[in-house]
Design a protein around this ligand. Structure first.
Ligand SMILES: NC(=O)c1ccc[n+]([C@@H]2O[C@H](COP(=O)([O-])OP(=O)(O)OC[C@H]3O[C@@H](n4cnc5c(N)ncnc54)[C@H](O)[C@@H]3O)[C@@H](O)[C@H]2O)c1
Length: 443
C-alpha cells in the first residue's frame, strides 16, 4: 500500500513559481472547466508560454484526424495539431474486427456472459499503443520546434502537464451498463464487481490503463531527447499529472479521508502513480497530484461524486469565516438554492451522509479502490438527489462554483510545488484547497 502523503503547506519560495521564461506544455486537450485550467491560468498570469495539444476528432467514418483549420481557429490556442487520442477500442485486430465491433451484438441483457476474442484484442491493443507512440513522435518533433530555446538558455524551465484520463470503449452497450454501475440503485442497481469481473469489464480495465496511465509513461519516455537537450542547457524539466485516490474533507470538525466508490478508474490511477514513482527513481521530476472530486466533462458519469464537494464550504467556514472570500463564496452558493433553503440544509445532509456507518468506511484507504454495494449506492443516490432538489436550477449548481474554486487552488498548489522536493505522489485535500484560496499557505 502506498503511504498517504498530503501536502499540508507550501514550502517553496515564491521565486520558484512560474515566470515569463518558463513554458507549460499541456499534454491532453484542454476543455472548459477541466482541471488543467487551474495551472494554465497560473501560467498565463505569470506570462509563461503555454503550448496546447488536441486529442483529435473522429467523424462518422471513425478515422482519427487532426483539427480542421476552423477548429484550430475556434480554440484560439498555441496548439500542436497532432491527434493524441490514446486507447485501442476502434483499432482493428488481424481479422479486421475492432474491440468495439466485438461488442456490437451485446445489449443490456446477456453482457455478463460476453466472450471476447482476446487474441484479436491483444493485436488491437498493440496497434493502438503503436499508433499513440507514433503520434507522440510527431508531437515531440513539433514541440521541439516550438519550444522557446532562447528562454531555456536563459534559465527558462519546461513543465509538462498530463491531463489524459478515460478509455470507455465506444460500443453502444457500454454506457447503459456504466450508467447502472455508477448511477443505479434498487431495481437498477448493478454490482461494479460483477461488471469488472466480466470480459467487458476486463476490456475496460485494459483501456483505462492505456489511456489514464500508459500515456503518462509515453510522455516521460517520449520526451527523453527533449529533456536531455534542455538539461544540457542547464534548464529544468518537470512532469505533473492529476490522480484521484480519495481525499481529506471536513467531517465533523476534522479533515478525514473519504473516497467516492465505485471508482473503476482507480486501478489505472494506481498505475499512473507507479509510473511517476518509476520516473523519480530515474532522477526525473514527476509528480501525481491526487486532487479532489469536481464536476467536469469527464466526471458527470459518476453520480454522487459531487456529494463530497459540498463540505468544501464547511472548510472555508472553519478556516476563516470572516474572510471576504468565504463570505462571497457562501453568498454565491446560497444564491443558487431555492427560497427558504440555506447552506445549513446542504451541510446537514452531507454530514449525515458522510458520517453514516454504511458510507463512512465504505472504502478504507488501504482497500481502495472499492466496489459499490446496494445500500451504499442507494444512500449516495438519495443524498445526491436531495441536494440537487434544493437548487433553483439543476443546470446552475453550487458544485460548479465549488469546482472552480478547487481547480484554481490546485493550480496554485501545483505551480508552487512543481520544483519542490517531495514524494512522487501527493494529495491535495480540502484543507489545502481552502488555505490556498484564502492565501494563507503561501510563504
Ligand atoms: N473531475 C474530477 O473529479 C477529477 C478528480 C481527480 C482527478 N481528475 C483527473 O483530472 C484530469 C483531467 O480531467 P478532468 O476531470 O478535468 O476532465 P476533462 O474532461 O477536462 O479532461 C480529460 C482529459 O482526458 C483527455 N482524454 C480523454 N480520453 C482520451 C483518450 N482516449 N486519449 C487521450 N486523451 C484523452 C481529454 O482530452 C482531456 O484532456 C484527469 O486525469 C482526471 O482523471 C479529475
Amino acid at each position: 500500500m502506498r503511504p498517504f502523503t498530503p501536502i499540508r503547506k507550501i514550502t517553496t519560495a515564491a521565486e520558484k513559481r512560474l515566470g515569463p521564461l518558463d513554458t507549460v506544455v499541456v499534454f491532453g486537450e484542454l476543455f472548459q472547466r477541466g482541471y488543467a485550467n487551474g495551472l494554465v491560468d497560473e501560467a498565463l498570469a505569470a506570462q509563461s508560454k503555454v503550448i496546447f495539444s488536441t486529442v483529435g476528432r473522429r467523424d462518422s467514418d471513425q478515422v482519427l484526424r487532426p483539427l480542421t483549420a476552423d477548429e484550430v481557429l475556434a480554440k484560439d490556442q498555441d496548439l500542436i495539431n497532432v491527434p493524441l487520442e490514446a486507447g485501442f477500442d476502434l483499432e482493428r485486430g488481424r481479422g479486421g474486427i475492432s474491440p468495439v465491433d466485438q461488442l456490437k451484438d451485446y445489449g443490456l441483457k446477456g453482457w455478463e456472459d460476453a466472450h471476447l476474442n482476446w487474441g484479436e484484442i491483444e493485436v488491437a491493443r498493440v496497434r493502438g499503443q503503436r499508433r499513440f507512440e507514433q503520434s507522440c513522435k510527431e508531437y515531440f518533433h513539433e514541440l521541439e520546434r516550438r519550444l522557446p530555446w532562447n528562454n531555456i538558455e536563459r534559465g527558462g524551465r519546461v513543465l509538462f502537464l498530463h491531463t489524459m484520463a478515460g478509455g470507455f470503449p465506444r460500443a453502444k452497450v457500454v454506457m447503459p451498463i456504466a450508467n447502472r454501475v455508477f448511477k443505479g440503485a434498487q431495481d437498477r442497481y448493478q454490482s461494479s464487481k460483477v461488471f469488472w469481473d466480466s470480459e467487458i469489464g476486463q476490456l475496460c480495465a485494459q483501456s483505462f490503463e492505456d489511456v489514464t496511465a500508459g500515456t503518462f509513461r509515453s510522455l516521460v519516455e517520449g520526451s527523453r531527447g527533449l529533456r536531455q537537450r534542455i538539461e544540457k542547457l542547464g534548464g529544468q524539466v518537470a512532469y505533473q499529472a492529476f490522480g484521484y485516490h480519495g481525499n481529506e474533507v471536513l467531517i465533523g470538525d476534522s479533515y478525514q479521508w473519504y473516497s467516492y466508490s465505485p471508482y473503476l478508474q482507480g486501478w489505472a490511477k494506481i498505475r499512473l502513480e507507479d509510473h511517476a514513482e518509476d520516473a523519480r527513481k530515474n532522477g526525473i521530476n514527476a509528480t501525481v497530484f491526487n486532487v479532489p472530486e469536481i464536476l467536469t466533462n469527464s466526471s458527470s458519469i459518476f453520480l454522487g461524486v459531487e456529494v463530497v464537494l459540498y463540505p468544501l464550504l464547511r472548510a472555508f467556514l472553519k478556516e476563516d469565516p470572516d474572510s471576504p472570500k468565504t463570505k462571497r463564496l457562501l453568498r454565491a452558493c446560497e444564491g443558487k438554492l431555492k427560497p427558504g433553503a440555506s447552506y445549513q440544509d446542504i451541510d446537514q445532509m452531507t454530514q449525515t451522509y458522510l458520517t453514516d456507518p454504511d458510507v463512512k468506511n465504505w472504502p478504507t484507504f488501504k482497500d481502495w479502490p472499492q466496489h459499490n454495494g446496494p445500500v451504499q449506492m442507494l444512500k449516495m443516490r438519495d443524498t445526491s438527489k436531495s441536494l440537487l432538489d434544493l437548487h433553483k436550477d439543476q443546470k446552475d449548481l453550487m458544485t460548479a462554483e465549488l469546482s472552480e474554486v478547487v481547480f484554481k487552488a490546485c493550480g496554485t498548489v501545483m505551480n508552487a510545488e512543481a520544483w519542490a522536493e517531495g514524494p512522487a505522489v501527493r494529495w491535495v485535500g480540502h484543507d489545502l484547497v481552502t488555505r490556498a484560496t484564502l492565501g494563507s499557505i503561501v510563504p
